[in-house]
Design a protein around this ligand. Structure first.
Ligand code: BGC
Length: 478
């Protein structure tokens, strides 16, 4: 081969190496690609939780005697399945690895979704919703964990939050699908379309390697080195491998030690973030916004349209968060966003207090704007930051177990809020309900201010040391 040709080949190889993850200024294509594929799990999370609102309207075509309670079960059994799925997935993710767990999750998605789409009876539909829930719960935990363990510190915030972007996009797509299929009333297809991202997730994961942190924690350093070589500049591999080895050695703890005084504080932090993410009301808006908007005086098609706009705000502000997380940091976004939510909820409550539960004219507009502001504030803070932080603050050996505890708490709190919301509205009125959410949101702000550490730009191994060393339960690390 001529010198010129070999030089050209070398340049080509350099170029592919750069593209494969080795741009000095960014995470590189390989790692972005890995995060994007894995985030399909988030898309399924969003789609499957969002699609049911539209599908519910048409279930009576096949099940003419379906009651309101039975409809509620179709919605909420997914949440129960998700809580169980999060716990189950942790054991798998520790034993067999993150990647096979996500592959199994994709298969469970396909099974559940097809069962729902072709269900012969209401009972089977409920079983299908639990199965889909198992997969949603598993994905909600394994996706941020897998991305977080493979991402470089400088862009980890953005990459892990691609998951939240996928969740919000999944919700938006589900609204659009519901809207598009409303004419044909095809609720089976509404459920069934989720097969497409599930199959893509499975195929995409086949092209991915195991998480380097998991490999190191299981003594497979050579394999970890190979994975890191794909995801990092050549000169950063050894350094990062050493830091992972050191981290795994220092953090050699078993799941049983999660309740030890050393880890208890950080476990509580994850659970509190999880609970605050839900008890500040996001899913009452995500699941019931059309109902709420219609009862606030909007016609039903205007309510559906406003709902789609709300979904767009959710996606749009998540993109802004992705851009900001590694620049301004997690704490500032979390606290600012949660303050925004408190302002919006108070406005909503006051509007209902002054205008009564059915708003007209200016009152209805104020309520809609407050709702958009609320969703945007969640999307810039508590939405992405909760999932990001729980992927960052735990030692590698207990990461899956600890994340599953926080994830379980998130789904359990989601369940409680979702099933009690309509009852709350009738018991303490719209105004009372939103004042309650506003109060809980203020409590969350104070808690975050005092307890949440800043993790921007740090290595996972260093974050754990910092968080443990400072006993998060007692004092915050900024
Ligand atoms: C929450 C979900 C919520 C979604 C809305 C996620 O971070 O965990 O419960 O439906 O955000 O965007």
């Amino acid at each position: 081969m001529s010198n010129e040709a070999s030089e050209r080949m070398k340049q080509g190889a350099d170029r592919s190496a750069r593209l494969a993850g080795q741009h000095p200024g960014g995470p590189g294509r390989a790692v972005v690609w890995m995060a994007a594929i894995t985030a399909l799990g988030g898309l399924l999370f969003g789609y499957d939780t969002g699609v049911v609102s539209g599908a519910l309207l048409f279930l009576k075509d096949d099940f003419p005697h379906i009651t309101a309670l039975q409809k509620e079960l179709v919605t909420s059994l997914l949440l129960v399945g998700a809580a169980i799925g999060a716990i189950g997935a942790a054991r798998l993710a520790d034993r067999i690895g993150r990647r096979p767990t996500i592959l199994i999750t994709a298969v469970v998605f396909v099974v559940g979704v097809l069962l729902a789409a072709f269900t012969p009876s209401y009972g089977v539909l409920l079983v299908a919703r639990v199965i889909i829930g198992l997969a949603v719960g598993s994905a909600s935990m394994t996706v941020p964990m897998f991305i977080g363990e493979a991402a470089p510190p400088r862009t980890r915030g953005a990459l892990v939050s691609l998951n939240q972007l996928a969740i919000t996009s999944g919700i938006l797509v589900s609204y659009l699908v519901d809207y598009g299929l409303a004419g044909s009333k095809d609720w089976r297809l509404m459920f069934g379309l989720a097969t497409i991202p599930a199959v893509l997730l499975f195929a995409g994961m086949l092209t991915q390697k195991e998480s380097p942190a998991w490999l190191v924690a299981h003594g497979r350093e050579d394999d970890a080195r190979q994975v890191l070589a794909r995801l990092r500049p050549a000169d950063a591999v050894d350094d990062e491998l050493d830091s992972m080895k050191e981290g795994a050695r220092r953090q050699d703890v078993s799941a049983r030690e999660l309740l030890s005084p050393r880890l208890r504080g950080v476990l509580i932090l994850g659970v509190m973030l999880a609970v605050f993410q839900q008890v500040t009301g996001i899913n009452t808006v995500i699941y019931y916004a059309p109902t709420l908007l219609a009862s606030a005086g909007l016609g039903s098609s205007a309510a559906l349209l406003a709902n789609v706009v709300n979904g767009v705000v959710n996606v749009g502000m998540t993109i802004v968060a992705i851009w900001l997380l590694d620049r301004v940091g997690r704490r500032k976004l979390l606290i600012t966003g949660t303050c925004g939510m408190a302002v919006a909820l108070t406005t909503l409550a006051l509007t209902f207090l002054i205008g009564g539960s059915t708003l007209t004219g200016a009152g209805a507009y104020v309520a809609i704007v407050a709702l958009f502001f609320y969703t945007g504030s969640f999307a810039i803070g508590l939405g992405p930051v909760f999932w990001l932080l729980i992927s960052e603050i735990y030692p590698v050996r207990v990461r899956a177990s600890a994340m599953s505890v926080a994830t379980f708490a998130n789904w359990a709190a989601n369940f409680v809020v979702t099933v009690s919301f309509l009852t709350l509205l009738s018991a303490i009125t719209n105004a009372g309900t939103f004042f309650l959410f506003a109060f809980l949101t203020l409590v969350a702000v104070v808690y975050f201010w005092r307890r949440v550490p800043e993790t921007k730009g740090k290595r996972l191994e260093d974050i754990t040391a910092q968080v443990e060393g400072s006993k998060v339960a007692g004092q915050a690390v900024r």
